[in-house]
Design a protein around this ligand. Structure first.
Ligand code: FAD
Length: 364
């Protein structure tokens, strides 16, 4: 990137990379503080990761427990909001708070240019005093490296790309992964095809009456106790344990909610199990999670060996103009959830306001 590119770039105080719920929550607080900002999102419409979730996905928490700052998600027809409900809510939220989102704008890199950060996109460049990275994890699916995986001739789909069971009708399918994605996708696939659920250990199922709201309350109690140096005050049950949403409960009633321990390697047409037996397999659905999508930050040299950025209260330790919001607990308590991101976003906006004031004082 040449200096002339920087000289023709648009100027803004804050550039937010990504246009999902984390970006919108930060926008809400920046707007309230009167700070100029732009949101750069690589999708063609509002909804971010939710645009790509499978068709039948429902949240674990009722609408009012799945809300961003300032405006509760309107009540939904079902007990738990659907994927479409969340997409509508995010789109309406953008309009309600007049959030300046540029779409589609793929941020290719963020690099330092003197006292500014140059944000280069496929639709023009931005010079910002601050960058908030809120690119989530959806764009960086994780697949474990099983021996022979590349020689397997069947289909492989990560949950990031799985939409519905139709393409798998009548096929022999492995669902790999012991979290909520694995349980929900297994539940619906088991009605259409012969499916085997592969998990590293026996999955942890929560009691039927524990939903995302209860989990969030428990996690909050646990977090407060940790901050205050008290012992863990609540029974076990983490945000990653399996919530018994109606389709998963129904799969349990049908007796199909059973898992087996992993195979040891792939063959061209199937897998070999630890005891040496072989199974023919047509497709594997990887429900094995995600990693932070941080490629655009590479020029700043802030990505650590774990593929994250070292932060304190969401602010990069190495790059004073960079904040990270969303992604996971390392960015702030429950930062990757709709209701939990408020705390991280509010804190980031308050710090950014202070930082911008200190920059102004330096130049005055
Ligand atoms: P995202 O929603 O991923 O948004 C990031 C945006 O940035 C995307 O539009 C992405 O395309 C874009 N982007 C990425 N890289 C670039 C780039 N270089 N340039 C420009 N744009 C870029 N949370 C709850 O609160 N309740 C639930 O019930 C719940 N259920 C879930 C179920 C599943 C199966 C999953 C996977 C997650 C669930 N979550 C739930 C978690 C959480 O809501 C999501 O992880 C959420 O999408 C995180 O929001 P985000 O804004 O940080 O990231």
């Amino acid at each position: 990137m040449s200096e002339s590119d920087a000289s023709t770039a648009n100027q803004v105080d804050v550039a937010i990379v990504g246009g999902g719920q984390s970006a919108l929550a930060v926008s809400y607080f920046l707007r309230r503080a009167g700070i100029s900002y732009v949101v750069l999102d690589n999708q063609s419409e509002a909804g971010a990761a939710w645009l790509h979730a499978w068709d039948s996905l429902h949240l674990f928490s009722p609408a009012q427990w799945s809300s961003l700052p300032g405006w509760l998600m309107p009540p939904t027809t079902g007990q738990y909001p659907s994927r479409a409900d969340v997409i509508h809510y995010l789109a309406d939220y953008e309009k309600r708070y007049e959030i300046p989102v540029r779409r589609p704008a793929e941020v290719k890199s963020v690099s330092r240019r003197g006292d500014r950060l140059l944000v280069s996109t496929n639709h023009g460049d931005w010079l910002a005093k601050v960058v908030v990275s809120a690119t989530g994890t959806w764009g960086h699916p994780y697949i474990p490296d099983y021996p022979g995986r590349r020689d397997f001739g069947g289909e492989q789909v990560h949950s990031a790309r799985y939409r519905n069971p139709d393409p798998f009708r009548g096929k022999r399918v492995l669902v790999v992964g012991g979290g909520n994605s694995g349980a929900q996708i297994l539940a619906e696939l088991s009605q259409r095809c012969h499916v085997t659920w592969v998990t590293v250990e026996e999955p942890t199922f929560l009691p039927d009456d524990v939903d995302g709201r209860v989990l969030f309350e428990r996690a909050t109690e646990r977090w407060k106790a940790k901050v205050e140096g008290r012992p863990d005050p609540v029974p076990s049950g983490g945000l990653g344990d399996i919530v018994m949403v109606p389709p998963v409960r129904e799969a349990r009633e049908r007796g199909v909610l059973n898992s087996v321990r992993p195979f040891i390697r792939f063959m061209n047409d199937g897998v070999v199990w630890a005891d040496g037996t072989r199974s023919q397999v047509d497709a594997v659905i990887w429900c094995t999670g995600f990693r932070p999508a941080l490629e655009h930050l590479r020029p700043l040299n802030v990505i650590n060996a774990a593929g994250r950025v070292d932060v304190v209260e969401g602010r990069s330790v190495a790059e004073p103009g960079l904040w990270l919001v969303g992604y996971g607990e390392w960015c702030g308590f429950a930062s990757a959830t709709l209701i939990g991101v408020m705390r991280s976003a509010r804190s980031a906006a308050a710090q950014i306001k202070e930082y911008l004031s200190s920059l102004e004082e330096q130049t005055a």
